[in-house]
Design a protein around this ligand. Structure first.
Ligand SMILES: Cc1cc2nc3c(=O)[nH]c(=O)nc-3n(C[C@H](O)[C@H](O)[C@H](O)COP(=O)(O)O)c2cc1C
Length: 150
């Protein structure tokens, strides 16, 4: 199967998470295409499953990721498995973060999105990621892949 991973990133941390997801997809025997939301028209790409990720900015994903979600075609992606991910800085437990925003928007459009989303902590605004973040991302991805076809 082919996984599409679309991400945005300002300082490179969310990009590292996207690449770790791609690595795990390949390690589990699938094809992975990792694409920046800044390149071309990523909503026109296809795959058998989709990961969408963004840094948290003021409690939300970047405008590019919000645009990507808006433009995702319901017919093209209907019933295909999806997952949302983000990077965020520790706040209070109720602070809104990008991955839940993405998750909820995908759900609103009727997509088959995994709950809960993948949340990756950065230790400062420009990073680095928390020590276990990439391992967590790979574990989450592996578990996601186990559910494919079920
Ligand atoms: C302008 C700005 C706003 C931010 N707002 C939030 C926020 O609301 N909540 C949060 O957890 N982190 C916030 N952060 C921290 C970002 O989540 C962090 O910079 C990002 O995860 C780094 O990912 P990147 O390297 O892929 O850009 C903010 C950072 C910046 C620069």
């Amino acid at each position: 199967m082919k996984g599409l991973i679309v991400f945005d990133s300002y300082f490179g941390n969310t990009k590292l998470v996207a690449e770790a997801i791609g690595e795990q997809i390949r390690a589990d025997g699938h094809e992975a295409v990792v694409v920046s939301a800044r390149d071309g028209r990523p909503w026109e790409l296809t795959g058998d499953f989709l990961f969408v990720g963004s840094p948290t900015r003021f409690g939300k994903p970047s405008h590019r990721i919000r645009k990507f979600i808006k433009k995702l075609e319901v017919q093209l992606w209907s019933s295909k498995p999806m997952a949302a991910f983000d990077t965020y800085m520790a706040g209070t437990p109720n602070d809104p973060i990008a991955s839940y925003f993405i998750h909820d928007k995908l759900k609103e459009k009727g997509f088959n999105v995994r709950s809960p989303p993948l949340m990756c902590l950065v230790t400062a605004s420009e990073g680095p990621l928390a020590a276990d973040a990439l391992d967590n991302a790979k574990r989450y991805t592996h578990e996601f892949l186990l559910t494919l076809g079920k």
